[in-house]
Design a protein around this ligand. Structure first.
Ligand SMILES: Cc1ncc(COP(=O)(O)O)c(C=O)c1O
Length: 441
């Protein structure tokens, strides 16, 4: 179908689109030209309800004047300043504000430009930490199957998505825990799955295989987002924390998606009551308005690196845009909105409605599992024979034509609306998706 080509369509030739089937897209493009609150407007003038918060990032809803004004004010005062051996006040202010909402003890903040940069930064900090405490052999990094940690070489090495890995070489020595997705034992469970805590013991297996003295860190998404909203089994995260402690391995939570209220608490670490040693963020940090990431680091890790001669740079790492003043302005305004409107806990208030609404899709054709937590949901469809991913992709295109933006990964539909979503809008999202599933799936 190519009904979306309209008069004001730009020339699509030059832009090489990321994570996109470029030729297929350009033959039938889906272009968004405006956004406001819970909605996008497509170039052909249709209102599209945003059930994905952009790309899991626009937690406070679109085009918030308070953020725009803060960015404008900052632009007129200090547009850019270097952060290497120099500083500017707003970066320190933002770090302080972040520290004030961070999980207990994670109050040292390293700024980056994206989630991928946050992940690579966290992995490097973990390795540098061990060297600083005299354990330089600890360079091995452990991720998990079906994990997504961005697209840097560090991130794909610990990531567990085959298509992101098969073409590229990875860091030597990286290894993976098994994933926790077990639809046979846990399908359609409300809340956290009952079965699978024992999968955390995989870390013991890797310790036995490699030797704990070679392992720097384990990185996981507390809830795996990009591979289809995979929830941690009850007790799994606690067990992983204990095993890390037993063997002196740092635990990194990648909260690029779960950070800033997605589960109904400021961070997944708060929601699950498990504190990692390092926590990565991006996306909701600035409401998606300006690219930025932040790595929250425990004092133990930070302070170990604040050693040696004081005139020496402690960590040979950083980005031109670390602590960019415009991004900091957007971030501070975003945090103010989150706090003023109670958005960091709003998903908790909506959870019953969300669970009811999402689980009402259970009986629809080819729905084989539903998972929901906070304001996140994954709806898994049965793959068509010989054409994995095609069923969900057809639903995605059909929903877009009906005025709903969803996200699909393989044959899983992922939903993560802005945290300002109303109950009526939740019902609308589920209604449109239900119609689409009935027709397409
Ligand atoms: C858990 C996780 N980590 C890292 C990233 C990478 O973030 P970015 O695309 O900003 O580099 C993502 C992006 O979706 C993510 O979900």
């Amino acid at each position: 179908m190519n009904t979306r080509v309209v008069a004001n369509m730009p020339d699509l030739t030059n832009y090489w689109m990321p994570f996109t089937a470029n030729r297929q897209f350009k033959a039938a493009p889906r272009l968004l030209s405006e956004a406001d609150g819970m909605h996008y407007t497509s170039v052909d003038g249709r209102k599209i309800i945003d059930a994905t918060a952009g790309l899991w990032c626009v937690n406070a809803g679109h085009r918030r004047p308070q953020i725009a004004q803060a960015v404008e004010r900052q632009l007129m005062v200090l547009d850019y300043a270097p952060s290497f051996q120099m500083g500017h006040p707003i970066a320190f202010d933002f770090a302080q504000r972040l520290a004030s909402i961070a999980p207990r003890g994670l109050d040292r903040v390293f700024f980056t430009g994206s989630g991928s940069e946050s992940v690579d930064t966290a992995l490097k900090i973990a390795i540098a930490y061990h060297r600083a405490i005299g354990q330089a052999a600890r360079t091995r990094l452990i991720g998990r199957e079906r994990g997504y940690h961005g697209v840097g070489f560090g991130g794909i090495s610990v990531g567990g998505i085959v298509n992101n890995r098969r073409v590229f070489p990875q860091l030597p020595g990286s290894d993976h825990l098994r994933h926790t997705h077990d639809p046979v034992r846990n399908s359609f469970v409300r809340g956290l799955p009952e079965h699978g805590a024992e999968l955390a013991d995989d870390l013991e297996r890797l310790v036995a295989l490699h030797g704990s003295e070679t392992i720097a860190a384990v990185i996981i998404e507390p809830v795996a987002g990009s591979t289809g909203v995979l929830l941690p089994p009850k007790g799994y995260l606690q067990r992983l924390r204990q095993i890390c402690d037993r063997h002196g391995i740092l635990l990194i939570f990648d909260e690029v998606i779960t950070g800033f209220g997605r589960l109904g608490a400021p961070f997944a670490a708060d929601y699950f009551g498990i504190t990692p040693d390092i926590l990565t963020t991006a996306k909701g940090l600035t409401n998606g308005v300006v690219p930025m990431g932040a790595v929250l680091v425990s004092r133990k890790v930070h302070d170990a690196l604040m050693s040696g001669p004081e005139e020496q740079i402690e960590l040979f790492h950083g980005y031109t845009y670390s602590g960019h003043p415009i991004a900091c302005a957007a971030g501070i305004a975003t945090l103010e909105i989150y706090e003023d409107e109670g958005l960091l806990t709003r998903a908790h208030e909506l959870t019953d409605h969300w669970q009811e609404a999402i689980h009402s899709l259970k009986a629809l054709p080819n729905v084989i599992d539903i998972r929901a937590l906070g304001l996140l949901a994954g709806i898994e469809l049965k793959s068509r024979n010989g054409a994995p991913g095609s069923r969900a992709y057809d639903v995605f295109v059909d929903c877009f034509d009906r005025g709903l933006l969803i996200r699909v990964t393989g044959d899983i539909i992922a939903l993560s609306p802005p945290l300002v979503v109303s109950t009526a809008e939740i019902d609308k999202i589920v209604d449109i998706l239900g119609r689409s599933l009935r027709k397409v799936a």
